[in-house]
Design a protein around this ligand. Structure first.
Ligand code: F6P
Length: 326
């Protein structure tokens, strides 16, 4: 009897825990008599038929590594309806019965596009941004936020010693979670996120309040795409006649070993995805809901609105007596 074949790809920006999830899928599949074929470099690799059989030997040493051993990436071609059709032929050529897609918000939408082509697909939320609305958390977020905390802690030591003001830009695309959580857990004083728009003037004013309250070296964490933090740093120096440094945390956040939380989530979602293949539950996202893995239909997943954690934000406001108006 022909063995069922699972296809797997990692899409978008890579995230820590992708490898843990790939290994989980491969080993769980093998134990259940299934085979796995990887498409290298995300949806683009699928369209170009860059494929490779994956065995438990191939994934033996990757569990605790950042990045993705099957490469990741974004694909312009995949957004083209005509070019996207090719995915079907490639999967047929490789005798793939079902495809598992690891990625963020855009990859979940891409998975629905594949489902609409008649492909049996399962999406796993896997992005440092934590921006998959149907899932309380995505694989990679915990590690990236911890990396941001580490970086801010380290830089704060030298900033405080030199009584300098610090501005740090963190990643997250259009989701403020990395900024909010890393800002709070690094005892930062001001947090700027897309969910709570603030003007540059307001940020500068808040820095002034910190200085007045005898905090010589306040830290401001700013989510990316909000401001040019180098420009703000110049304005801060001009306003308060005090040294201010701006740093961009950048890709440091996306590397390194996944945390225990991300490994656990990778295992739970990976096992669940293979079980979906075995039971024929296709067209779903393996979402985390109230600490349980729930299967959310792709159609529902793409319509879901992200629930910003107002309660966490308000804890920060209460902690810092921070003003929320512009
Ligand atoms: O989606 C993950 C992410 O790291 C975002 O936080 C960031 O905006 C983006 O990817 C950067 O993308 P790229 O690596 O393609 O420059």
């Amino acid at each position: 009897m022909k063995k069922k074949i699972i296809g797997i790809l990692t899409s978008g920006g890579d995230a820590q825990g992708m490898n843990a999830c790939i290994k989980t899928v491969v080993t769980t599949a093998e134990r259940n008599g299934l085979e796995v074929v990887a498409f290298l470099g995300g949806f683009q690799g699928l369209l170009e038929n860059k494929s490779k059989k994956l065995t438990s030997e191939d994934v033996d040493l990757c569990f605790n590594l950042g990045g993705s051993i099957i490469y990741a990436g974004r694909s312009k071609d995949f957004t083209d309806e005509q070019k996207r059709q090719k995915a079907k032929d490639v999967l047929r050529k490789n005798k793939v019965d079902a495809l598992i897609v690891l990625g963020g918000d855009g990859s979940v939408r891409g998975s629905l596009d594949l489902k609409n082509l008649g492909i049996d697909v399962i999406a796993i939320p896997c992005t440092i941004d934590n921006d998959v609305p149907c899932s309380d958390r995505s694989i990679g977020f915990d590690t990236a936020a911890n990396n941001a905390v580490d970086l801010i802690d380290n830089v704060q030591e030298t900033m405080k010693t030199n009584r300098r003001i610090l501005l740090v830009e963190v990643m997250g695309r259009y989701c403020g979670d990395i900024a909010l959580y890393s800002g709070m857990c690094s005892e930062s004083d001001i947090i700027v996120i897309p969910e709570k728009k603030q003007s540059a003037e307001k940020i500068i004013r808040e820095i002034g309040k910190q200085l007045k309250a005898h905090n010589d070296s306040p830290t401001v964490v700013v989510a990316e795409h909000q401001f040019d933090i180098n420009e703000i740093a110049k304005k801060v120096e001009a306003t308060y006649k005090k040294e201010c440094r701006a740093i961009i945390a950048g890709y440091y956040q996306r590397g390194g070993k996944p945390t225990m939380q991300d490994r656990l989530l990778a295992i739970r979602m990976g096992v669940s995805a293979v079980e979906c293949v075995l039971s024929g539950a296709f067209g779903v996202v393996t979402a985390l809901k109230d600490d349980n893995i729930k299967l959310i239909p792709l159609e529902k997943a793409v319509k879901a609105k992200r629930k910003f954690r107002e309660d966490v934000w308000h804890t920060f406001i209460r902690l810092k007596k921070y003003e929320t108006y512009n």
